[in-house]
Write a protein that binds this ligand. Sequence first.
Ligand SMILES: Cc1cc2nc3c(=O)[nH]c(=O)nc-3n(C[C@H](O)[C@H](O)[C@H](O)COP(=O)(O)OP(=O)(O)OC[C@H]3O[C@@H](n4cnc5c(N)ncnc54)[C@H](O)[C@@H]3O)c2cc1C
Length: 456
Amino acid sequence: MNDTANPKHITIIGAGLAGALLATLLARRGWEVDVYEKRGDPRLKGYQGGRSINLALAERGRHALRLAGADDAVMAQAVMMRGRMVHFLDGRTDLQRYGRDDSEVIWSVHRGELNLILLQIAEDAGAQLHFHRGLQSVDFDGRLAVFHDDRDDSAHEIVFDSLVGADGAGSALRGAMKQAVELGERTEFLGHSYKELEIPPSPDGGFSIEPNALHIWPRGRYMCIALPNDERTFTVTLFLPNEGDPSFETVRNGADARALFERDFADAVPLIPQLEQDFERNPAGLLATLYLDRWHLDDRAVLLGDAAHAMVPFHGQGMNCAFEDCVALAERLLADDDRAAAFAAFQAERLPSARAIQAMALENYLEMRDRVDNDDYLLQRALEHELAERHPERFMPRYAMVTFHRMPYEVAYARGLQQRELLVELTRGHDSLASLDWPAVDALVRERLSPLPADE
Ligand SMILES: Cc1cc2nc3c(=O)[nH]c(=O)nc-3n(C[C@H](O)[C@H](O)[C@H](O)COP(=O)(O)OP(=O)(O)OC[C@H]3O[C@@H](n4cnc5c(N)ncnc54)[C@H](O)[C@@H]3O)c2cc1C
C-alpha cells in the first residue's frame, strides 16, 4: 500500500449485487467504503437493470446474506422452488425434486428488489454510495480514477488506495488493469443466446402454473425455463443457438417465435399472451464464460464476481459465487493489513473455485436441455438418490454439493466426477434399480468414496 493510505479504506466499482454486499461486509466491520456506480440510484427511479429479472438463490448466497444481515429482508420476497418441473413435448409434466425435502430447495429472487435491499443495508452500514459515476479510466501510478456522469457528461477524478472491481462482466476496471498487467483474459462464447418473456398472473390474480418449481421445457439443442416472481408472474427465458434451425437466425420476429412455441412449447403458449411483443421488445442476451489467470494488480486493484469470472447461467450460481467471493475477500482484508498479500490470497483461494463452477455451469446446460428426459439419466438419478439415502456421509448428488452446501466448488466438481463414474458403471446393462446387487454396490461406494467434508 502507498504510505499515506488508510488501511481501512477501500473503493468499490459497481453497486450491483457483489459491490453492495462487499460494501456492507466491510462497513459493518468499521471500514470506510466508497462505492461508485454507473447508473442512477434505483431506490429513486426504480430498478433499470435490463436483464434477467429473477435469479435462483442457493445456500452459498444465503450464507453471505446472513453474514451481511440481509437474509431476512431478501427471503421475505423470495419464492421457494422445490425442484424442476419438466414439461414434455406431449404436455405431460414431472416434478424432479432438487433435494430430500423442503430443507433442500432454491429460492427465486427478483434482481431489482435484491439490489435495492443490498444498497439500503450497505448505506445503513455506513458505506458511501456514489451514483452516476461510471469508471472511465485509471492512472494506477498516480492512484487516480476518472468517472463519467451520464447526466451532464462531466468527468470526476478521485484518489484511491485500492480499487475493487465489482463492475460486472464488461468490467471497465478489468479493461484498465489489462493495460498495466497481463491478466490472461479469454472469453468463450457459448454460441447460444437468450430472450426473456413473461407469464402474467392468472385472471384470479394467482400464479398460472405451479409456483414452487423451476419450470423447464427441454428440447435437445434448446430449451425454455420459467422462474416464479413474488408478484405472481413468471419470467420465461428462451435459450436458442445463434445458428442452425431453430436458432436466433431462423426465429427472428414475434410470428416466428409464436410458430416455434406452438410446435415445441405448446402448453406454454396460452400462458404468454404477449409472446410476440415480448420477443420483439426484449434484446437477445449473449452467453459466455470469462477466464482470467490473474485477478489483481498488486495492492492497487482486484476483481471479483462477474468482472473476474462471468459464467453461463445454467447452474444458477453466478450471483451465489459472487457473494462467496465477497465473503472471502472481506475475510482476507480483515485478516491482513498487507493488501497485496490479501488480494493474492483471495485469488489463490477463489480462482480454482470459479473455474470449477464455470465448468459445472457449462455441463449443466447439456443436462437441462437434453438429459432431464432421458432414460439412462433418469436411472442414474434414481440410483444417485438411493445411494445418497444409504450412504449420506459418502455420497451426495453434485447438485446438492453445489446448491445446498458450501464445500469449495472444486471439491464438489472432483467428487461429482468420481460419483458419475460410479453411477455409469453400476447402471450399465440395467434398466431398473431392482436388478442391482446391493451388497456389492454398497461395498464399492465404501471402497471408492471417502467421507465428505463438513461445511465450516
Ligand atoms: C440470464 C441470466 C440468468 C442468471 N441467473 C442466475 C441465477 O439464477 N442465479 C445466480 O446465482 N446467478 C445468475 N446469473 C448470474 C448473475 O446475474 C451474475 O453472476 C451476478 O449478477 C454477478 O454480480 P456482479 O455484482 O458481479 O455483477 P453485476 O450484477 O453485473 O453488477 C455490476 C454493477 O456494476 C455497474 N457497472 C458496470 N460498469 C460500471 C462502470 N464502468 N463504473 C461503475 N459501475 C459500473 C453496473 O451498473 C452494475 O450495477 C444469471 C445471469 C444471467 C445473464
